[in-house]
Write a protein that binds this ligand. Structure first.
Ligand code: SF4
Length: 274
C-alpha cells in the first residue's frame, strides 16, 4: 500500500486528561518506540500541525481553547487523533458534570451517540462550517504505546483500519416498567439528569427538596401551576443561584420525564435517542 503521508507534524492537546495518556504519548516518542522513525514530529504550535493528538474527555473549561487550537490548524489535512478512551467517548467521565456536551436539540438519533470526548467538538466545528479531516480513535485507558503506534501507522496509510464504524441507540428497557412505579422511575431518571448541571455533593439534597415540592403540588387541583409557584417561592428564598438553577432545570425535566413514562405505561410509542 502506498503511504499517504511521508512526515506528519503533530500537536498534542490535553483537554482534561488525567495525564495517563499524555505519558504514553511521551513514551511513544522515546528512542525505545521511536515514532520519529515514521517521520512523526511533535511540534509546539497548532499552526503548523498536520494532525492533533487529543487526550482527555473535553472538559467545559477546555472547550474554547480546544476549539481555537483546532481552528488554528491549516484547513487541510487537519487530522484529529483521539488518544485514550476519554478523548474517544468521555471514558470514565462520560456524561459527567464537567464534560462538554452539545445542546440537546439536534442530537437525537444515531448521529451523535456519545456524550463526551472530542466528537462533541468536531460536530460543533462542522456546524460552524469548519473543515475537519479524518478522525482516528485509539481507545484504551491509557492505550499502550504499541496501540498508539498502530494508530499512527493508520494515519500514515501504512496499515488499513480493520474495524468498521458502528452506531448504537439506547432502547427503552421494557423490563423496568413492571419493576418500579412511575414516580420511582421519574426520580431515578431525574437523579441521573441532574448530573448534567450539578456535582455529586449537592445532588441528593436538591433532588429531595424538589420531590417534596412535587408531593405538595400533587395535592392541588392544578399540579403544574402549583409546582411552578412552589419553585418560584423556593428560588426567591434561595441565596445560591446555582441551586435555584437546578430547581428550574428539574421542573422542566420532571414534566418531560413523567410524560415519557406515562406514555410508555399506556403502550404509546416513545423513541429515545442518546
Ligand atoms: S483514557 Fe484513562 S489514562 Fe487516558 S486520560 Fe482518560 S482516564 Fe486518563
Amino acid at each position: 500500500m502506498k503511504p499517504k503521508l511521508r512526515s506528519v507534524w503533530v500537536f498534542h492537546l490535553d483537554t482534561g486528561a488525567c495525564n495517563g495518556c499524555d505519558i504514553e504519548i511521551l513514551d511513544v516518542l522515546t528512542p525505545f518506540y521511536d515514532a520519529e522513525r515514521f517521520g512523526v514530529k511533535l511540534i509546539g504550535s497548532p499552526r503548523h500541525a498536520h494532525a492533533m493528538l487529543v487526550t482527555g474527555p473535553l472538559t467545559r473549561q477546555c472547550y474554547y481553547a480546544a476549539k481555537k487550537a483546532i481552528k488554528a490548524m491549516p484547513p487541510e489535512p487537519r487530522i484529529i487523533v483521539a488518544v485514550g478512551t476519554c478523548a474517544c467517548s468521555g471514558g470514565i467521565f462520560y456524561n459527567g458534570y464537567p464534560i462538554y456536551r452539545r445542546p440537546e436539540s439536534g442530537r437525537e438519533g444515531k448521529e451523535y451517540p456519545r456524550r463526551g470526548g472530542i466528537e462533541e467538538l468536531i460536530a460543533d466545528l462542522k456546524d460552524d462550517g469548519e473543515k475537519v479531516g479524518p478522525v482516528i480513535y485509539i481507545p484504551g485507558c491509557p492505550p499502550r504505546p504499541e496501540e498508539i503506534l498502530y494508530g499512527i501507522a493508520q494515519l500514515l496509510g501504512v496499515v488499513e483500519k480493520k474495524m468498521k464504524e458502528e452506531h448504537y441507540t439506547e432502547e427503552t428497557a421494557p423490563f423496568m416498567l413492571q419493576e418500579y412505579p412511575i414516580e420511582e422511575r421519574v426520580r431515578l431518571t431525574l437523579r441521573e439528569r441532574l448530573r448534567y448541571v450539578v456535582g455529586y455533593f449537592d445532588r441528593e439534597k436538591i433532588l429531595d427538596d424538589f420531590m417534596k415540592l412535587v408531593e405538595k403540588a400533587k395535592k392541588s387541583e392544578n399540579p403544574r401551576e402549583a409546582l411552578r409557584e412552589l419553585i418560584n417561592d423556593y428560588c426567591a428564598k434561595e441565596k445560591d443561584h446555582r441551586i435555584a438553577f437546578c430547581m428550574r432545570f428539574l421542573e422542566s425535566e420532571y414534566w418531560k420525564v413523567k410524560g415519557e413514562y406515562e406514555a410508555l405505561s399506556s403502550n404509546k410509542t416513545v423513541v429515545y435517542g442518546i
